[in-house]
Design a protein around this ligand. Sequence first.
Ligand SMILES: [Zn+2]
Ligand SMILES: [Zn+2]
Length: 454
Amino acid sequence: MSNITFTPIGGGTDIGANCYLLEQGDSRVILDAGIHPKKEGREALPEFSLLKKAPDAVLISHGHIDHCGSLPFLMREFPATASYATRPTVSIIDRMLHNSVSVMTTLGRERNISDYPLYSHSDVDFAIRQTSGMPYDKEFALTWNSPFRASFQHTGHVLGSAGIVLRAGDHTIYYTGDICLTDQELMKGLQPLDSSMKIDTLVIESTRGAHLDDEQRTFTSEIRRFTEEVRTVLENGGVVLVPAFALGRTQELLNIIDRLINTGELPTVPVYASGLGRAIYEVYDKFNDFLKPEVSLSPLYQFKRIGDVWDPRISRKLLKQPSIIVATSGMMIENTPSAMIAQEMVKEDKHGIFFVGYLDPDTLGYKLLNAEVGDSLRFELEGQEVQVNLPNRQTFHFSAHAPREDLLHVVRQTEPRNVVFIHGEEDAIEWLKDACNGVPNRFAPDIGETITLD
Ligand SMILES: [Zn+2]
Ligand SMILES: [Zn+2]
């Protein structure tokens, strides 16, 4: 049987638009079809021109946009390609991708990006109809004549997230997708693969490969610190804004906050959640048997709608009495609900803005976190700069990505012959590559670079 090759179409040695091509002979499989969160227009797509022929199948690891955001585009180009994801992920990407069409349409109009939207609502509907929702831990054939068989494995990252095990002949590949080894509020951490599975090639994410796990900062100790800081702001009559990703962070945080209110560790105040986070929350509710068994998800109706915060009067009204607001986007991109609320908040000094995830240095969230009191920032692309008078801006460590020690643990546990590092900054990947010198073949291919998996 001929060798299997692996080529990044997007992502690779970048956080970017994850998309990977596996080939054996005439058979082609795509792993993930993401979109680059920092690029615009067609630039944000994977290099689909590298695909000379239609793939047999595409498999989506989870619903974050850097893993699924170009699926409708790919499926429009190759309508006969089979598509697979776990059942919760199919429901999640339905909401995420329709939201992307709306966001792209607005950006296209407001900023004259002629490529936008890259696909339409009906392209999304087609892609979702073509995508089969699969159970975990059950192997299936990708097509009747494909040499590849696949199964989805839990990864503990967000609802529906999966690693993908692919078998062709006697070669087994494990593509991790995004992984988290430790338990979160709702998700159980990554479980080791079935010991009978002998992995030849491990393709592993490296998002936090440059991050040491800080022993002092566990999930529990961060919750304690978060509780103290939130309580102080509320007791001083202020509002706490938590910018959060719509998928994962929002549902985790809302349940942490509700638990702390129920135990009396936080005062009883209204808790608000923004639109897309609420839509995804409904999917968490529908598939709540995929969460930790001891979890009983707080009902969504307990969390209030934030309303049209693009109207400054509504934002100002929200800030009149103590409350906690969980709003997208997590990195506080301009014009999103978290940015619009922050624009009013920073004018006063009694509130708190608490970030809970990774902040890219180019984003408004990063700039606001690091701004001095008295600096001015723009929260709306076409708006005026606003002076920051609010000193209480902090970051909390609630990552759903494995730090480097945990990534190494996965490598040690799976004992692969080939390890391929992807989905990370260069320094992270270099560090991991060095640390895994016991693995015979170590790769970190760039986009368009093909490696052969012996
Ligand atoms: Zn992710
Ligand atoms: Zn990712």
